[in-house]
Design a protein around this ligand. Structure first.
Ligand SMILES: [Zn+2]
Length: 81
């Protein structure tokens, strides 16, 4: 979970675009800049468009948690819209 304060400026959008629903594997190309959450353990990373997600050894899971899967949680407004 990401945190914000009453002074944060965050807009709720419809979430259109595959980048909101797709899950990404370690070392996949990052589609849009933002904060991504690992679905298995809730750890988050900030990743920039065009970079790669952290490698498989970024953090460890228990067998029960399964593999690392990154999903977009907060998108960065890099266009200043
Ligand atoms: Zn994880």
């Amino acid at each position: 979970m990401s945190w914000y304060t009453k002074n944060s400026v965050i807009d709720n959008v419809k979430g259109e675009g595959a980048h909101w629903t797709t899950t990404y594997n370690p070392s996949d190309a990052v589609p849009v800049s933002g904060i991504y959450k690992c679905l298995a353990c809730k750890k988050e990373v900030t990743s920039n468009k065009g970079d790669k997600f952290p490698p498989q050894n970024h953090h460890q899971h228990t067998t029960a948690q399964g593999k690392i899967q990154w999903k977009l949680n907060i998108r960065t407004n890099t266009d200043g819209e």
